[in-house]
Design a binder for this molecule. Structure first.
Ligand code: ASP
Length: 543
């Protein structure tokens, strides 16, 4: 076991222990499902015929708790679900008594959010409802009663406290991110010495990002077609709404990215942590710093170098708190998840997990070995603090300071390469997210419509790539961007409601792959730059 001379145990071991300890504590304090006794409800049914052959029935009860909307393919199906209700009642409202069984409640209570998942069977049909509000008083009355009986409790407060403390750690990391990117990029690019060197690094970086994202998506699509987790999957018909997402078109996203690259006000871009804007401005600034040259430029460069040193030290100090932050996030993640839903979606989750594993443990290491000419295993060990932090925080932006320090100080990659490749990667290179988008959308398609045709699968691949480029490096960003991919193949946005429940766990896994891919890119591009330099020296010596 590696021991750090100054602090005892090495950082990656401390983080690993925190990760395991946090998981165990979280599982132990998970308040779990509340099982409610079977009951029956007096409801009124509003029955309407669809334009097609189907029938929809709106179930309304006085408390709002059992209200749902159901669609049936035929009126026979409707009669089977609701005794004594036949086609002659289409267009009418009738009273009925429904039996409510298998009532399960999952309450997640944070300091600023309460969410309740309620699943049950109404006359034998599974339905589920989710509701999320900021305060208990915002809940509808019937839900308030449920919350006052089953909410609260020491375990939920512990979960809320862990989330709060974890968020504080993330805030500290975010505090250093923008100054770190700015000073690091300017120092790194000005240190390259010529725009020509930068040009070749830029081309290599973008080619790497494109190559690995395409490979990731191909792996995901292959896996989802092999396992076919959605075929025959009985997805609960959620009435929950998917996360809000503006109705974006593909061109809209692309143009938005281009707009973002040219900030009208660099200071505002810095204030808003707009990474892409900061990156372009810093690149242009550094290129012209080199062009200006002379005494003034040297002085300015020294100021940025000094700033970079200070930011690195500060980052290291914050990183020493990583084990605590990781433990808190793991407690939150494992104590706030309903365990039932994992069973329903187990094949889907397994498909995403295996595809991510193949990409992270086979494809990327092969590239590191062949192109970067280094040992993938040693490189992974050096990157472990960043990878574990990415896993627990589910934020590649938040992890960026750790990724930069690990790559430079533990893996020996030059600051010139890392200062450019990593911030850009955290913004636009998300292999894990791209893979996840493709698998999730094909899973939904399989469950709703069966296998998609090849042309549609290609459309999913292309839109998944764009969605991953546009996704921010923050928790659940991939889920929000998925709306674009769903829209491209005409799938309902509500379908997302089903997979939200397990998104946190998958987010943790895909964020780790995102950060791992950025890091591998760094090693490869640094390796290629080294090979070019030594080839140049060789040919200079020969001539
Ligand atoms: N959480 C991911 C990240 O930070 C983005 C996503 O939701 O896929 O990289």
């Amino acid at each position: 076991m590696a021991v750090d001379e100054n602090n005892g145990l090495a950082l990656h071991w401390k983080i690993l222990i925190a990760l395991v300890a946090g998981t165990v504590i979280g599982v132990l304090i998970n308040p779990g499902m509340v099982l409610l006794p079977d009951s029956s409800a007096e409801v009124s049914l509003q029955i309407s015929g669809d334009s097609g052959s189907g029938v929809s029935v709106e179930v309304i009860d006085g408390t709002g708790l059992e209200s749902t909307l159901r669609r049936f393919d035929s009126s026979e199906q409707m009669s089977a679900a609701f005794d004594g209700v036949g086609p002659e009642q289409i267009g009418e409202t009738s009273a009925a008594t429904i039996s409510v069984t298998e009532r399960r409640l999952q309450i997640v209570e944070m300091l600023n959010e309460i969410s309740i998942d309620y699943s049950r069977r109404q006359n034998g049909i599974s339905v589920s409802t989710s509701i999320s509000v900021r305060r208990a008083s915002d809940l509808p009355v019937a839900w308030q009663q449920i919350h006052s009986v089953h909410g609260g409790g020491v375990r939920r407060q512990l979960t809320a406290a862990a989330k709060y403390l974890g968020d504080l750690f993330l805030r500290l990391l975010k505090m250093v991110t923008v100054p770190l990117i700015l000073t690091s990029l300017i120092t790194g690019i000005a240190g390259l010495g010529s725009a020509g060197n930068f040009g070749s690094m830029f081309r290599r970086t973008l080619s790497y990002y494109l190559l690995t994202s395409v490979l990731a998506i191909a792996t995901g699509i292959l896996m989802v077609n092999l396992v076919r987790p959605g075929i025959g999957a009985e997805l609960p018909h959620g009435t929950e709404s998917a996360p809000a997402m503006e109705n974006q078109s593909l061109t809209g996203i692309l143009l938005g990215l281009v707009d973002n690259m040219i900030p009208t006000n660099p200071v505002a871009a810095i204030a808003n942590s707009s990474f892409l804007s900061i990156i372009t401005f810093s690149i242009v600034f550094s290129i012209f710093l080199v062009r200006v040259g002379g005494e003034h430029a040297r002085r300015l460069q020294q100021i940025f170098e000094a700033g970079f040193e200070v930011m690195m030290r500060l980052t290291m100090a914050i990183i020493s708190l990583a084990p605590w932050g990781v433990a808190c996030f793991m407690i939150y993640a494992t104590s706030s998840q309903g365990l039932q839903i994992f069973l329903t979606l187990s094949w889907y989750m397994l498909t995403v997990a295996v595809a991510l594993l193949v990409h992270a443990a086979v494809t990327l290491p092969l590239l590191v070995r062949v192109l970067g000419k280094r040992s993938p295993l040693e490189f992974a060990r050096a990157m472990s603090p960043a990878l574990m932090t990415a896993f627990s925080t589910a934020s590649s932006n938040g992890t960026l300071p750790l990724t930069m320090t690990s790559v430079e100080q533990r893996a020996g990659v030059s600051n010139r390469t890392s200062s450019f490749v990593l911030p850009l990667g955290a913004t636009i290179n998300m292999d894990g997210t791209a893979l996840y988008e493709a698998v999730a959308v094909l899973f939904i398609a399989q469950a709703y419509r069966g296998d998609l045709a090849l042309a549609d699968q290609i459309l999913v691949a292309v839109t998944a790539l764009l969605a991953s480029v546009g996704a921010a490096g923050i928790p659940h960003a991939g889920l929000v961007m998925m709306a674009i991919v769903l829209q491209a193949v005409n799938l309902p946005l509500e379908a997302q409601g089903v997979i939200i429940a397990v998104d946190r766990v998958l987010d943790m896994a895909r964020t780790t792959v995102n950060v791992w891919s950025d890091s591998c890119g760094c090693a490869i591009i640094d390796g290629l730059a080294g090979q070019t330099e030594s080839a140049d020296r060789q040919s200079a010596a020969n001539s």
